[in-house]
Every structure is written in structure tokens, then in C-alpha cells.
Design a protein around this ligand. Structure first.
Ligand SMILES: [Zn+2]
Length: 263
């Protein structure tokens, strides 16, 4: 994470019409998904990142930068977008902006949190309960338990195994390998449903999970440092499925919802 070194270190590192039959909670949303992508607080390869989203046939996307445009994350956004893909590692937003974001999630909008987004908002505990994990850029305490600074390593080959083949995001997905960055020692909420794991010694085991907050579905995927990972078809498939799943209205339901499979 050359860029995390510079960035993290420098931080010190719908309601449906009554006549229309309601969809099953985990059924895919029809039509094109309207995606808002957040970036900021961490460098990334902009051209291939944008190209990846442009190549997805079933979405439209708009990119915004945090914290500059954090004022957009408020109730009403759910009318214009189905899902927020968070690829920012923003240091902080104002308490009023935090409150507005929580109110938005209570209204209901899909959330897909990617990679270094787990290290965003170091001082805002509720954000980490929302996404179900925290990469600690310095020693931190979560629910009264101390955690050492999380670690990372570039250019690693990870074997990824499907921990839960029953979820729509991982159904029929085969185990795969990916060249990506490792993260280790991060906090994973005991409330999440773990979908993917790795046995890489430089990575914590849980690398993808689902959870929910308010009326919003949340999918977290630890993978995705750069274009080497983005060009892996398994990554784009997971991202695409995750967006579609999170875009369905209502909190996550069904077997395993909230079941603790992580630490
Ligand atoms: Zn990274």
C-alpha cells in the first residue's frame, strides 16, 4: 500500500406501488443500478478504476470525492441512487455529516464498502459497526478490547475460499486466487455473515461479509488494491453481485443473517 503509506501514515497514520407484488428480500433489483462511488483520502489508479465501472453493463455510476462532497450523503440520496460503493479512506467528516449518513441508512440505500474503506473514519466507531470491520491505522480499542495497529503487504497471491455458498453474492462461485494486497489484524464484527475467507498468513481470515444497518444492506469486500486485482474476473463478479444484492430494498434477511462466523 504505497499510497496507504503516504496517506495512512500521514494521518499518523421504495416503497413499491401497492398494486405491485413485492420482491423477495434477496431478489436482484431489476434494470440498471444507479451507483454512487466515493473516493478520497487515498490514491488509486483512476483510469482503470473508472474503466472497470464503465465496462459493467448493468449500472450507471457517478463518482464523488470525500470529504469535499460528504454533504451529499443524506436522506433523499436514496431517490437518486440504489447503492453507494465506498472506496474512500476519508479521515473524518463532520458530526452533522455523520448523523445525516446514519439517517440515510435508516431510510435505506445499498452500501458496498471496498478495501481501504475499512480504514476510513478512524475516530467514528459507528461507521465501523455499519460496515462490520475496522483497519486500525494505529493501536485502537473496540468494544473495550485493545487491537494492535493493523498491517498490510503488497503484491501477494491469496487463495480465496467460499465460506458461505448459500448467499446470492457467493452462490456457485468457485474458490479462486488473486494477486492483491493483504491486510491483517483488523477487527471484524461478530454480527457479520462471512462469505469469503483466505488462509494467507499475512491476512486475517475473513475477507468478505454481509451485514445490515437500518434499512440498508451492507457488503464489505477486503480485496481491490489496484488494477491487478480489478482485472481478476472474480473481483468484478463479486463487486457486481454485491452491488446488485445491496441495491435490493430492506435490511438483510434470511438464514445466517447476523450469524457470527468471524471472530
Ligand atoms: Zn490498498
Amino acid at each position: 500500500m504505497k499510497r496507504l503509506i503516504c496517506c495512512a501514515m500521514s494521518l499518523a497514520l421504495v416503497a413499491a406501488a401497492a398494486a405491485r407484488p413485492s420482491r423477495a428480500a434477496d431478489a436482484p433489483a431489476p434494470g440498471k443500478i444507479r451507483v454512487l462511488v466515493t473516493v478520497g483520502g487515498h490514491g488509486y489508479e483512476e483510469q482503470p478504476f473508472d474503466a472497470m465501472f464503465k465496462a459493467m453493463p448493468n449500472i450507471t455510476f457517478t463518482k464523488v470525492e470525500l470529504p469535499k462532497q460528504a454533504g451529499l450523503l443524506k436522506p433523499g440520496l436514496e431517490k437518486d441512487y440504489d447503492v453507494i460503493v465506498m472506496y474512500d479512506m476519508v479521515g473524518a467528516i463532520s458530526p452533522q455529516q455523520q448523523e445525516a449518513f446514519v439517517d440515510l441508512l435508516k431510510k435505506g440505500i445499498g452500501v458496498v464498502s471496498l478495501h481501504h474503506n475499512m480504514g476510513a473514519h478512524q475516530g467514528w466507531d459507528e461507521f465501523h459497526r455499519i460496515i462490520g470491520g475496522k483497519f486500525c491505522t494505529k493501536d485502537c480499542t473496540i468494544d473495550g478490547k485493545p487491537y494492535k495497529t493493523s498491517t498490510w503487504d503488497h503484491d501477494q497471491d491469496l487463495n480465496v475460499t467460499v465460506a458461505d455458498p448459500k448467499h446470492p453474492i457467493t452462490r456457485d462461485l468457485k474458490d479462486f486466487a488473486i494477486h492483491d494486497e493483504t491486510y491483517k489484524g483488523y477487527w471484524v464484527s461478530p454480527k457479520v455473515r462471512v462469505l469469503l475467507k483466505t488462509d494467507h498468513p499475512k491476512n486475517s481470515p475473513e475477507i468478505a461479509w454481509v451485514t445490515s444497518f437500518g434499512n440498508s444492506k451492507v457488503f464489505y469486500l477486503m480485496l481491490g488494491h489496484d488494477s491487478q486485482a480489478w482485472k481478476n474476473p472474480n473481483f468484478t463478479e463479486l463487486l457486481s453481485r454485491g452491488m446488485r444484492w445491496a441495491a435490493t430494498k430492506g435490511p438483510a434477511k434470511g438464514p445466517g443473517r447476523g450469524k457470527a462466523k468471524g471472530k
